[in-house]
Ligand binder design. Structure first.
Ligand code: COA
Length: 374
């Protein structure tokens, strides 16, 4: 056993495995397709199929896939009971983490980690997760859950279950694009967590539960729930410039900016910004968009930091009238496609993920008997 020679804090720049699912080199691509083109030309359901099955679906394959996911849009009664019983203050991300764990107990293939079973389980989670999020949300509002619709897309069905009314095509399109952009991102923290878990030959539900825990943090998916806090704290276009300058002087971290990999901008943020702006225009309220523009300008000039996807996503969801604590769970209902694909890929060619640590503790010392310790 020789001492590890390379140490990179936070594993920055470390190649920790191989993947054929996506790359950030030369602009984000899923299975070879530029994400810009996917966002323009296909819907989230096709992207989820692409991630899980490796190719874009034919018309017939898409129909079958939507039928399978649509048929999985229900949750077992004990989970319904649990969602009612959890304390009212439980954050939706925590409730969702528990929900996925419970779903594992009821999945007929829970302990089958074959490629085919993991595809089926991910498809079922794609159906079940939005139901768990929407049911828990409505119960928290004192409203009865709305039964899912198998005839609607992933995006449209979720908005329908949340509100009980059919969403309009423009907001379905904007929401769908956000899901496409959230679906997959190489070895981000939550995906890596999922791969570490399944590399021990643990199961898919355990991997997704761990990934949800990793996504929750504000340095990762939790950032999209902080966006409106920042905009509200900035107060509006008149006070934004002074507010952000003061925040930076206080060395505050401004969630929604910066990225471990993208140092010259996150193209996903550019795509979604247009949708956030249009959604705001539809409400006739441009205050937060104008505030965001000022913050963007100051962050670029003072810190050379550019927006990441969470920055426009938080604004888009707010303009759509969605409650802030739903924003990271929405990320989950998309990213579960990427997590599932990574678990499958890891297990197709598995090796336990077990790095080394640089030791910074005490030098060698011997144990003193209890009566000699002071
Ligand atoms: C995503 C993130 C963790 C990646 O950062 P990283 O590569 O690990 O860089 P570090 O955290 O080491 O930060 C490097 C420097 O930039 C600063 N920085 C990075 N992001 C910043 C932000 N959003 N606001 C203010 N300062 C920031 C750090 O304070 C640090 O400054 P210092 O060297 O003076 O201490 C970081 O940019 C961040 O915290 N962003 C906000 C959270 C967020 O939006 N997450 C979603 C990512 S998609």
């Amino acid at each position: 056993m020789s001492a590890p020679e390379v140490y990179s804090p936070g594993l920055e720049g470390v190649i920790a495995g191989e993947t054929a699912i996506s790359t950030v080199e030369g602009g984000l691509r899923y299975r070879g397709y530029p994400v810009v083109e996917l966002a323009e030309k296909v819907g989230f359901d096709e992207v989820a199929y692409l991630l899980l099955h490796g190719e874009l679906p034919t018309g017939a394959q898409l129909k079958e896939f939507q039928k399978r996911v649509g048929a999985a849009r229900s949750i077992p009664q004990p989970l319904k009971d649990l969602l009612k019983a959890l304390p009212g203050a439980t954050p939706p991300m925590d409730a969702l983490r528990s929900a996925v764990s419970v779903l594992g107990h009821f999945d007929p293939e829970a302990e089958d980690s074959s490629h085919a079973a993991n595809v089926s389980k991910t498809e079922r989670l794609l159906g079940q997760i939005p139901v768990a999020i929407a049911d828990r949300f409505r119960l928290g509002q004192g409203l009865p859950p709305v039964a899912a619709r198998a005839d609607l897309s992933h995006a449209a069905n979720f908005l329908y279950m949340l509100r009980g009314t059919e969403p309009n095509p423009a907001e379905v399109r904007a929401f769908d694009v956000s899901l496409i952009l959230y679906a997959e991102h190489e070895f981000n923290a939550s995906t890596f967590a999922a791969r570490v878990i399944c590399s021990t030959l643990s199961d898919l539900h355990s991997s997704v539960v761990g990934a949800i825990g990793a996504l929750k943090g504000p340095l990762h998916g939790g950032a999209n729930e902080k966006v409106m806090d920042i905009l509200r704290a900035a107060g509006g276009p008149k006070t934004a410039e002074q507010w952000i300058r003061d925040a930076l002087a206080r060395k505050e971290r401004v969630m929604g900016f910066g990225h471990r990999v993208y140092k010259t901008g996150d193209l996903r943020a550019k795509i979604l910004k247009e949708f956030a702006r249009k959604a705001a225009e539809a409400t006739g309220q441009m205050k937060w968009e104008e505030t965001a523009d000022i913050i963007e300008r100051v962050m670029a000039s003072e810190k050379n930091l550019l927006p990441n996807l969470d920055w426009p996503a938080g604004r888009l969801y707010h303009a759509m009238g969605l409650e802030v604590p739903l924003y990271t769970p929405i990320f989950v209902m998309s990213r579960v496609a990427g997590w599932g694909a990574h678990v499958i890929e890891q297990l197709d060619n598995n090796r336990l993920i077990r790095p080394r640590a640089r030791y910074t503790g005490e030098a060698l010392r011997m144990v003193k008997p209890l009566n000699e310790r002071s």
